[in-house]
Ligand binder design. Structure first.
Ligand SMILES: NC(=O)c1ccc[n+]([C@@H]2O[C@H](COP(=O)([O-])OP(=O)(O)OC[C@H]3O[C@@H](n4cnc5c(N)ncnc54)[C@H](OP(=O)(O)O)[C@@H]3O)[C@@H](O)[C@H]2O)c1
Length: 379
């Protein structure tokens, strides 16, 4: 089955100017001669997990942003070794990931799951490669920066390609990135003391196979057949359920605790109170989150709207009259995180609370784009 929109090339387009034609993509359709990204002074790059949902998006984002590279190595499991992939009008052969894959590699973008990262991340870093890892393997490790470039770029101060030293840098969980893209500009103004997050998470967050399963189940249910449950243990099409991450002894699942712990690390603030409920919804791509914020100092909703309108990587869609607010469909394949439903929390005295609704493409800003932005900070 052809996966929806995984290999398309898109740009961040201003959501509020829908009548404007999409800019012509600087994608692989461009004549090779005009591309400046393949160049002798660029870093050598490896992509680990290139055949997956995030891996494919890495290629799209690198191309869209004209990321410079001297050479490109495409790595996946033995199953994919030998497959041919085209990137910027050149054919590459996918190689099996091995201990020797990182010889001469400057930057490796990892998205092949936690166990692969745990095994091969340190091997790569020991060889002088700077690893940007999408899994949860190193996120909470002391000394490993956990970075959202718009939020805490300072966490990776001193890590530069020019140093020639290997390092590990972690990409936060997709729900954390999308939430903090919107919450941080408000936190900077009024200091968040407590945050309550409820997520509505798409199939794409669970990888390419989960997207296929949602499509297949939808077809099966409409045809009156029993839905095939392979990735998830229960029916996903026309249903929703608690996130499939393992449930911990405190009753939270791992996805929820990632939001709690990662927020504290990224904001460098162990006092902030965070609680979350994570739900998988039958949306193909892009997560939505309802976020309730409590502040140390008052923050008016109009000021909050103004702050968010000026925040990098954020677009406000908040038209009460037209009942038009962010949707996962509208942010799919887009770089920006959309925020709306910006309103004073009536359950709190004074202007100490706000509710917002956030949508973001978690394969893009929640994974591949954020990682490539981290890589840009290395140059
Ligand atoms: N999807 C998201 O939105 C998202 C967001 C943030 C972080 N992440 C993280 O990114 C990682 C990948 O997610 P995904 O959604 O892209 O999953 P996916 O679509 O299932 O892709 C998994 C990738 O890992 C490769 N792989 C599996 N076993 C391997 C092995 N033994 N050696 C080398 N490569 C191997 C696969 O290669 P084959 O094709 O050869 O099997 C494939 O390229 C996970 O750690 C996930 O938690 C995902």
């Amino acid at each position: 089955m052809k996966l929806p929109a995984l290999s398309l090339h898109h740009h961040a387009t201003p959501f509020l100017h829908k009548t404007t034609a999409l800019p012509v993509s600087r994608s692989s359709n461009a004549p090779f001669s005009v591309r400046m990204s393949l160049r002798d002074d660029g870093p050598s790059i490896a992509i680990v997990g290139v055949t997956g949902a995030v891996g494919q998006e890495f290629l799209s984002v690198l191309s869209d942003r004209d990321f410079p590279y001297r050479s490109l190595k495409l790595l996946a499991s033995k199953r994919s070794a030998g497959k041919s992939l085209n990137y910027e009008n050149r054919d590459y052969t996918v190689e099996e990931l091995t201990d020797n894959s990182f010889d001469g590699v400057d930057i490796a973008l990892f998205s092949a799951g936690g166990s692969i990262s745990k095994k091969f991340g340190p091997i790569a870093a020991d060889k002088g490669t700077i690893v940007v890892d999408n899994s949860s393997a190193f996120r909470m490790h002391e000394g490993v920066p956990l970075v959202i470039p718009e939020v805490n770029p300072e966490a990776m101060d001193g890590i530069k390609l020019a140093s020639g030293k290997g390092a590990l840098i972690a990409n936060p969980n997709c729900s954390t990135i999308i939430c903090l893209m919107a919450a941080t500009p408000l936190h900077r103004r009024a200091k968040v003391t407590r945050m309550v997050v409820s997520t509505y998470q798409a199939a794409s967050g669970a990888g390419a196979a989960a997207m296929e399963e949602l499509e297949q189940q939808t077809r099966e249910v409409l045809e009156g057949k029993e839905p095939t449950c392979y990735i998830f243990s229960q029916q996903y099409a026309f249903n929703l359920f608690s996130h499939n991450a393992p449930v911990l002894s405190n009753g939270y699942n791992e996805e929820e605790m990632k939001l709690v712990k990662e927020t504290r690390k990224i904001w460098n603030n162990n006092d902030v109170k965070v609680t979350a409920t994570c739900i998988r919804v039958p949306v193909m791509r892009a997560h939505a989150e309802s976020v309730n914020l409590q502040f140390e100092t008052p923050l008016d909703e109009d000021v909050a709207r103004e702050i968010l309108s000026n925040a990098p990587g954020v677009v406000v869609i908040d038209d009460r009259a037209a009942n038009n607010f962010p949707t996962p469909l509208e942010v799919s394949n887009k770089d920006d995180v959309a925020v709306g439903r910006i309103r004073q929390d009536v359950s709190q005295e004074g202007n100490y609370g706000l509710d917002i609704f956030v949508c973001g493409d978690q394969i893009r800003k929640g994974a591949a784009l954020n990682a490539v932005q981290i890589a840009e900070l290395l140059l």
